[in-house]
Design a protein around this ligand. Structure first.
Ligand code: UPG
Ligand code: MN
Length: 737
């Protein structure tokens, strides 16, 4: 297919990167937005007139159901409207890293966060560490920091082993130009090459196995647990067993001080401690942020990122280069939408065409500078003021104005330096400073990536999204309903914390960034409010049907086609998006289902959590997702069968709503059969119930047909029955108003 592309280049000669804009997609998107908007305006006009004339509708036409239906339509339209900003100007990019020479490359500090050795097995974390050390980058310009929020001695011990193994692994990767630089992933792949290579590969494989065995063994010990009460630990890992012939990136272990009752601000707190500690040790101007399960899968990602960071036209205003998150454990039926396709394959490209994608927590190359707001001119520098802002450490403040440290001074003052870093990683250090509020990663929300990113963009920084054909980073995604819903609840809470704060993008954004960009951020922060229309649509049409109330236009009414158009057009838009990101139509079904399931449960609970935090009745919480695989679970996941082993809090609403809609559908059909003249009136409502029943079919199957471990337990079905009765009695109230 011939693509009409608009290419814009950087002014480096020859260019370091190109960006492509597909004009045809752009025109198509905008026309679509136009037609859909017109349909929505017509739909509102129907609603408004039917609400205002409801008194004329007769005694069977109460007001509340119409009002609720209108609220659901308004909310959905609002979300839809904001989401159009992502389709305004999507772009893609190409880079030419071979045009950069080694001496140009700036130093990079890699930050790897881990929090819980039980949920995040140390062997997996070490694979990430090793893959980062094997990046194709000048050795002296790469430092790897591990933040261990678990404060676990096993992680430290594992790092010593990782450095030893790394000394064999990195030369092997260099010698054979190995692409998969994460050992675990590499040995899971095919083996190709000549005799010499096979022999070397076999040798290094044995070394890896022995390393993996050691780490697994120490991970089984009773000391492999989280410690929530300990002083700061900072250690530069050195390998004494071999002389220092093989140069390796600097490897540093950091576990900030933890005390019960002292708020530690989860991952953002860990990252800020790393920012300070690393500034005394290597102080590189760029940071590669990684979650502990996200290994480097492309040795050139750092060089690719530098194609943007070193472009003379872009450099001074570019805050970060974001790569997509990709996952090794997806199933071809992505039941729980763990792939986050819409974000990484659509939304981020869209934002990239405005002022850049949102920071995504991991897989980013971020400049240090946007996290600090420093007085740039020498005469503006006031030490006291700086201390109030950045804390009491003179050493740290000096680092702010210093170029990165070379390894030379490091050896000399290591002891003193480490003392100071412990002070920087202590609980007390941030007291009374601006850390987490105006500098560093922000604490307001448990989705620290989202909120920090919003702050950076508000200050007019740019970002870039780069999605090379070979994934640069690969991690593990959630593979069961329970983990997915818990994770979605945390995200919902985090996003709503921002949406409900004074930094709400819809209010705080427009004066500080292009309007379309603030719409993108607003859309992201308002994702959770989808619970409102979803709950309404799952209950009101169904209850109205059961209680003889008509809330949608009759088939003969011209507005019927407006509703039909809106429904069909929004789904076609979704399908078109899926198609253009290369996924199959199955994905449409799975994404619709996941959206409904998460909307009914996670978004509701997350929003409630955020509201309770706002009222001061509950504290924020960050439960790391589980990265340990269970064989039965993996099987179900690969076969595309839902695993309903989760709490009743999640299951009961789902079971009740699906069953009630099935009931309503049956009642609707019976009524249509016996009173042909009713078809006209109840057609849409019956259809809504059918649609929800079909979307919820796996739930019905889980309740009634399945016998395996992943089914829905009979006890849950009993609770659901009780809950359904409550909903039905609520329906009786509706009729009255
Ligand atoms: O108190 C904490 C909690 C978590 N983490 C680390 O944060 C990372 C992300 O946590 P994970 O449990 O994997 O959460 P996910 O939901 O998978 O993470 C997504 O969402 C987070 C925000 O909620 C972002 O920070 C992540 O980058 C993004 O991948 C992991 O490396 C954890 O070790 C900490 O360092 N300290
Ligand atoms: Mn994760």
């Amino acid at each position: 297919m011939a693509l009409q592309t608009n290419i814009s280049t950087s002014h480096h000669n020859p260019p370091l990167h190109l960006s492509h804009l597909k004009k045809s997609t752009l025109i198509c998107n905008r026309l679509f937005t136009l037609f859909h908007s017109i349909a929505l305006i017509l739909l509102f006009s129907f609603r408004i007139s039917s609400i205002f004339t409801h008194s004329k509708l007769g005694k069977n036409q109460p007001f509340i159901p119409h009002l609720l239906a209108f609220i659901s339509e308004l909310t959905l339209s609002f979300i839809w409207f904001l989401s159009q900003s992502f389709l305004w100007r999507p772009i893609t990019r190409t880079v030419f890293p071979e045009r950069l020479s080694d001496h140009q490359l700036p130093p990079i500090d890699v930050f790897i966060c881990t929090a819980d050795p039980r949920a995040e097995p140390p062997l997996g974390v070490m694979n990430t560490v090793i893959s980062a050390m094997a990046l194709n980058y000048p050795v002296g310009k790469l430092s790897v920091y591990v933040s261990d929020d678990g404060g676990c001695p096993v992680t430290l011990e594992a790092m010593r082993e990782a450095l030893k193994f790394g000394k064999m692994w990195v030369p092997f990767c260099n010698k054979y130009d190995v692409k998969t630089i994460c050992p675990q992933a590499y040995f899971g792949g095919p083996e190709m090459g000549d005799h010499q290579f096979r022999a070397d590969r076999q040798k290094i494989k044995e070394e890896y196995e022995s390393f993996a065995h050691k780490v697994t063994k120490i991970s089984e010990s009773s000391s492999c647990v989280s410690n929530k009460d300990h002083p700061a630990i900072v250690e530069v890992i050195v390998d004494e067993s071999k002389c220092d012939q093989i140069k390796m990136p600097l490897l540093v272990y950091v576990s900030r001080e933890k005390r019960p009752y002292h708020p530690h601000h989860f991952k953002a707190g860990a990252l800020n401690a790393l920012l300070r500690v690393s500034s005394l040790i290597s102080n590189s101007p760029y940071i590669l942020g990684l979650d502990c399960d996200m290994y480097c899968n492309h040795k050139d990602s750092a060089r690719q990122a530098m194609c943007f960071h070193l472009d003379p036209d872009l450099s001074s205003s570019l805050a970060f280069v974001q790569f997509p998150q990709t996952f090794h454990n997806l199933s071809k039926h992505d039941l729980y939408e763990s792939e986050m396709r819409s974000l990484f394959k659509t939304s981020w490209h869209g934002m990239d065409g405005i002022k850049g994608p949102c920071l995504s927590g991991t897989c980013y190359y971020l400049k240090r500078e946007p996290l600090y707001e420093l007085p740039l001119k020498q005469e503006d520098i006031n030490l006291e003021e700086l201390k109030q802002c950045f804390g009491s450490s003179n050493e740290f403040i000096r680092s702010l104005y210093k170029k990165y440290n070379s390894k030379m001074d490091l050896k000399k003052d290591l002891f003193e330096l480490l003392q100071e870093t412990k002070h920087l990683a202590s609980c007390e250090y941030e007291n009374g400073t601006k850390w987490g509020n105006e500098i560093g990663f922000r604490y307001l929300s448990v989705t620290e990536d989202f909120f920090t990113s919003f702050n950076i963009h508000c200050k007019d920084w740019l970002s870039v999204y780069h999605m090379p054909p070979r994934p640069s980073f690969i991690g593990s995604s959630t593979t069961n309903l329970n983990d997915s819903l818990i994770q979605a609840t945390r995200w919902s809470a985090g996003l709503m914390e921002v949406a409900l704060s004074r930094y709400s993008p819809i209010i705080y954004g427009p004066s500080r960034m292009p309007i379309l960009q603030s719409f993108c951020y607003a859309w992201l922060s308002f994702i959770p409010i989808a619970f409102i229309p979803l709950w309404i649509l799952a209950t009101i049409p169904m209850l109205s049907l059961l209680n003889d109330i008509t809330i949608y236009p009759k088939v003969k009414n011209p507005f019927f086609f407006v509703f039909l158009f809106v429904f069909v057009s929004s789904n076609i838009q979704h399908m078109r998006e899926i198609h253009s990101s290369g996924a199959s139509l199955q994905t449409w079904k799975h994404e619709q289902r996941a959206w409904m399931m998460k909307g009914i449960t996670s978004h509701l609970y997350g929003s409630t959590q955020a509201i309770m935090e706002k009222l001061g009745v509950k504290e924020a919480n960050f439960l790391p997702t589980n990265k340990v695989m269970n064989e039965d679970e993996v099987k179900l996941h690969q076969m595309g069968i839902y695993n309903f082993q989760t709490s009743s809090m999640f299951l009961v609403p789902l079971c009740s709503l699906v069953t009630l809609n099935l009931l309503a559908f049956v009642v609707g059909i019976i009524r249509m059969m016996f009173h042909k003249d009713h078809i006209d009136e109840i057609f849409i409502q019956t259809f809504v119930s059918l649609y929800i029943t079909l979307m919820g079919y796996p739930v019905l199957e889980g309740m009634a047909l399945r016998k395996d471990k992943g089914r829905i337990a009979p006890m849950i079905s009993c609770y659901s029955l009780v809950f359904s009765i409550i909903i039905l009695s609520f329906g009786k109230l509706l009729v009255m108003y």
